[in-house]
Design a protein around this ligand. Structure first.
Ligand SMILES: [Zn+2]
Length: 234
């Protein structure tokens, strides 16, 4: 993919993030790796207002911004931490997903209630306690957790998902929010029943789910999901 095509793709997924109501106003940001650089949404823009050529070009190793580019998202350190820590990460999406924030900021952990949650997000999504946004401390916390997961919750803040491409990171972002929405609704009307480790084992051994994972892995531009050794492809 050329860098121009990647800029276009960032713009497309920015609109999809907004359409899914995963961010509001100038909240949230997204980025993608291109060789040894990343393209990230600029600071202070609503994602719908960012033109493809306005994504800011940043050197991943040095953090140096291409001269003349717009100021990058204030969460630039968080994105850099992900790319520096894992070479397989080619996209990072940070949302302020409302159901996820509501659920996880009120004492609940997001837990698997249904098959898709385990297949796409893994058995356990890490939850980071609140750290002031945009700070090096937050980036350092993300750096510690990202080696072992493809999605994490930032309590009282939002969600980070990563992927081998933008589609995968976006899909995970949607899955987190959908899972949180269902868990929150279940909590309102009764006591949710969660899938335990035994059920997760059984689920993962089901032929139909194996087929599903293989199908996902072979779909154009999509790798095997979380928990299925999805970290080794590019
Ligand atoms: Zn944020």
């Amino acid at each position: 993919m050329t860098i121009q095509e990647l800029r276009q793709e960032l713009s497309t997924f920015a609109r999809r993030i907004l359409a899914e109501k995963l961010v509001t106003g100038a909240g949230g940001n997204l980025s993608a790796r291109h060789e040894n650089r990343m393209l990230i949404s600029p600071s202070g823009f609503s994602l719908e207002d960012v033109a493809p050529e306005q994504y800011t070009d940043v050197d991943i190793e040095s953090g140096e911004i291409t001269p003349g580019a717009l100021r990058p998202s204030s969460e630039v350190l968080m994105h850099l931490a992900c790319y520096r820590k894992r070479q397989d990460i080619r996209s990072v999406i940070h949302t302020h997903a409302p159901y996820t924030i509501a659920l996880t900021s009120s004492g609940h952990d997001l837990r698997p209630m249904f098959a898709d949650s385990i297949i796409y997000l893994g058995r356990r999504v890490p939850h980071l306690d609140y750290i002031t946004v945009t700070t090096p401390e937050l980036a350092a916390a993300v750096e510690r957790v990202i080696p072992d997961c493809d999605c994490m919750i930032l309590r009282n803040h939002g969600v980070i998902t990563v992927g081998g491409n933008l589609k995968q990171a976006f899909w995970r972002a949607c899955s987190v929010e959908e899972s949180a929405r269902i868990q929150l609704l279940a909590t309102l009307v009764g006591t949710p029943r969660f899938l335990d480790e035994n059920e997760a084992d059984r689920l993962e051994s089901l032929a139909s789910e194996k087929y599903r994972r293989q199908l996902l892995a072979h779909m154009k531009g999509i790798q095997a999901p979380c928990g299925d050794d999805g970290k080794d492809g590019e």
